[in-house]
Design a protein around this ligand. Structure first.
Ligand code: S3P
Length: 180
């Protein structure tokens, strides 16, 4: 354990983690680590291809390995994939390595954003046999307690621009940094 204090972003697919992470990294002058980018680099293929080759178990194994490595880097803004908090070992790593913000949104908002996001096809294979709408509703409900367990703060993102979400996080981060 390096003891470094990272800024983690967690939350469901389509809640704006990558965009907000980019803004925060610029504003804080910290490196940006997008975990999905690192996973694709490590595997030499897209997330969709990883799922095709080894299913979700292979993806989760690579995800856990990469998370364990990136937290050893100097303080960074780390944007987690939406399911990184599924494994208890990952939740423990996040809790002990920094401050985590949960970007939250309702299922309808998430569906709209996923359908508008070009990266969805290569980065977001189906996780269940359900239709997309049902999958989002089901997994959101299942994961909400895990996001809550992993995060120090929940940030509502519905109806807000990424800059507004980033500003809220920055205020909390600064207050926390000066109080420890
Ligand atoms: C996943 C979310 C994706 C990506 C992978 C699995 C999930 O990341 O890690 O498709 O289980 O919710 P984003 O949350 O960045 O879309």
């Amino acid at each position: 354990m390096s003891g470094s204090r990272h800024l983690f972003l967690t939350g469901f697919r389509g809640t704006g983690k990558s965009t907000v992470g980019f803004i925060l990294s610029q504003q804080l002058g910290l490196p940006l680590v997008d975990l999905d980018d690192f996973i694709e680099q490590r595997a030499g293929k897209t997330i969709r291809q990883i799922f095709e080759d080894g299913g979700e178990p292979l993806f989760r194994t690579i995800e856990a390995e990469v998370l364990g490595e990136v937290v050893e880097r100097p303080p960074s803004v780390i944007s987690l994939g939406g399911g990184a908090i599924l494994r208890e070992e990952n939740r423990a790593i996040v809790r002990r390595s920094g401050t985590c913000f949960w970007l939250d949104a309702d299922a309808e908002t998430i569906l709209t954003r996923l359908r508008a996001d070009e990266s969805t096809a290569q980065r977001r294979p189906s996780l269940t046999k359900l239709q997309q709408r049902q999958e989002v509703g089901h997994l959101l409900q299942e994961r909400a307690p895990l996001y809550e367990m992993s995060a120090d703060y929940r940030i509502e993102t519905v109806g807000k621009e990424p800059e507004t979400v980033a500003a809220e996080i920055l205020a909390l981060w600064s207050a926390r940094s000066t109080s420890v």
